[in-house]
Write a protein of this length. Sequence first.
Length: 344
Amino acid sequence: MERKVGVVGMGSFGAAISMLLSSNSEVLVYSRNTEKVNKFNSDHIFKGFTFSPDVIATDSLQLIADSCDLIFIVIPSANLRDLMKEFGPMLSPAKIIIHGIKGLDVENLDITDNDFTSYNTERVKTMSKVILEESSVVRIGALSGPNLAKEILEGQPTATVIASEFDEVIKIGQEKLSGDKFYVFGSQDIKSAEFAGVFKNIIALGSGILAGRGMGKNMQAMLITRGLREIIIFGELLGAKKEAFLGTAGIGDLVATATSSLSRNFTFGKRLGSGESMDKILTTMDEVVEGVRTLHIGMMISKKYKLHTPITFILYKIVFDNYDIDKAISYLMRYPYAEDVDIF
C-alpha cells in the first residue's frame, strides 16, 4: 500500500499544499494545536474550504515520521530550527523533505537590534541548510513560486518550482503536486530558488505601503522593477545566480506577492501605509509576516557589506524607525540612479 505524504504546518499554505497532494495521495498534516487537529478531523473544513477525507490531521510528529517518506514543511522560518531539533532525530536519511518556507535563519536574531556589526553572511542560512544541520536527511527540495494560498484553495490555476540538487526529489514532488490547475517546474539550483523566494517579501512590503498611501500602478511598477535589482544584489552576495530571479521563483513570485491583497506582506505594508502601527498590525494578523524579519536581515547584510540598496534602506527606516512615509517616497523618487538597468 502506498505510503502517506506528510505536511508539517497547518497554516493557509500548509493547508493548500495538503489539498493539492490529496488529489494524488493520502495526506497527514501536522499541527501542534490539538484542538485545531480535532476540529479539522471532525468536519474536514479549514477557513471555509472543504477537504477530502484523504487529508487527516495529527498533533504527532512521530506519526508523520513513521508514516511518511515524503514530507513537506510549511511553517514560519523563525520556528524551523526548533522544530527540526525535535523532529530531526525521528527522521532517517531515506526521507525526502521539501520545504515551502520563504525566510532565512539567523542565529539569535533580534529584530529590535539595529547594531549590525556582529552579523555576517555565514550566519545567514537557508531553510534547506537548517534541515541539513538538524537532521540526517540528505535529499531536500525547496518549493518556490507565485503560490497565494487562498487562490490555490479556490482551485485557481498557478505554477510553482521545486528546486533540488537531486532529480528524484524534483520528480516525486512533481508527481505528488501536479494537477490540472497546478504545474510544477523543476530546477537544480536550490540556493537561488530559496533566495529569490525570500527577498521578494521586502518589496511586497513596500508595494503595500504605496497602496496604503493611495499610490497607483505607475509607482507600484517602478518599485517592483527597482526592487528586483536589489533582490538580485542580495542573492548574488549570498551565492545565488541572477538568472533564477527572472523565472517563476523570482519575478513570478515577486509580482504575485507585491500586487495582491491575499499576500500577508502586501497587506502588512498597506495597513502600515494607511497609518496603523507595526505592533498593532503584527498582533492582529492571523499568520506570520515573513517580510518584516527579512527586511531586518536585508538591512543587516546591506550595512555590513555596503550594498547599494536604497529601497531596503528606506523601507527599514519606515518600518523600524517610524520614518515619515511621504518623505520616504519623495526620497526614492529623487534618488540619483545612474542607469535604468545596471545588474547585468
